[in-house]
Write a protein that binds this ligand. Structure first.
Ligand SMILES: C[S@@+](CC[C@H](N)C(=O)[O-])C[C@H]1O[C@@H](n2cnc3c(N)ncnc32)[C@H](O)[C@@H]1O
Length: 209
């Protein structure tokens, strides 16, 4: 059976078009606004895919460490940003990052939390690389019951309760924790076309103490 990495390798060249059908640029805009980024800062884009969040951060003048386990996704990003300075492409698992402690100003993760084995463990790992005062911003799906997303999109978790995310962030050492609706949905259709769903998205933010 195909695993998560193989799945994203396979869809990498179509991911930008797929992503546009799932959710809009406003998700990225909300995430970047929540962090309050400044030109010249360094951010990690966790589960960066083909560079959806990275693109917005480059536009704001940040340097980005783009982390993904799919070489094909990173390859798409390299093509897209071939003329841009400031992207460090990092092929790695997001639950054990080859990034030094307290080395980045911001960590972003759009639609990656539902893929990791241990969400609380991943949040602790992402906290590790943040400088004190640095911001973590996660955007993902609220809890849902659409099983086909596990089978067809290799999702590990069927979204999250906002209260759980808030608790994990607090336990991972974040202060000023905020979990709120993005006001946008993730829209997906099952391969057989029998299910068409809209799942509410949340934005979660914490500041490393
Ligand atoms: C749903 S896509 C989101 C991509 C991008 N953040 C976006 O918004 O378009 C999830 C990405 O996370 C990557 N991924 C999933 N699990 C991973 C893991 N354990 N380690 C590293 N990357 C992972 C996949 O290869 C894929 O590119």
């Amino acid at each position: 059976m195909m695993g998560c990495k193989d799945y994203f390798d396979q869809v990498a060249s179509q991911w930008d078009a797929m992503r546009e059908t799932f959710f809009s640029d406003r998700v990225r805009d909300k995430a970047i606004a929540a962090a309050g980024v400044r030109k010249g800062e360094v951010a990690a884009d966790i589960g960066a895919g083909s560079g959806f969040v990275t693109e917005g951060l480059l536009r704001e003048g940040l340097k980005v460490i783009a982390v993904d386990q799919s070489q094909a996704m990173l390859g798409e990003m390299r093509k897209k940003f071939s003329l841009a300075d400031g992207v460090d492409y990092c092929c790695a698992g997001v639950e054990d990052l080859p990034i030094s402690d307290e080395s980045v100003d911001h960590v972003f993760g759009n639609m990656i939390l539902h893929h990791v084995d241990s969400p609380p463990g991943a949040l602790r790992e992402w906290a590790r690389i943040l400088k004190p005062g640095g911001k973590l911003v996660i955007t993902d799906m609220y809890e849902h019951s659409h099983e086909f997303l596990r089978e067809e999109h290799h999702d590990r978790w069927m979204g999250f309760e906002g209260e759980h995310v808030r608790q994990w962030l607090t336990e991972a050492g974040f202060s000023r924790v905020m979990v709120d609706s993005v006001g946008e949905n993730c829209c997906a259709q099952s391969d057989c076309g029998s299910e068409s769903v809209e799942i509410r998205l949340f934005v979660a933010m914490g500041e490393k103490t």
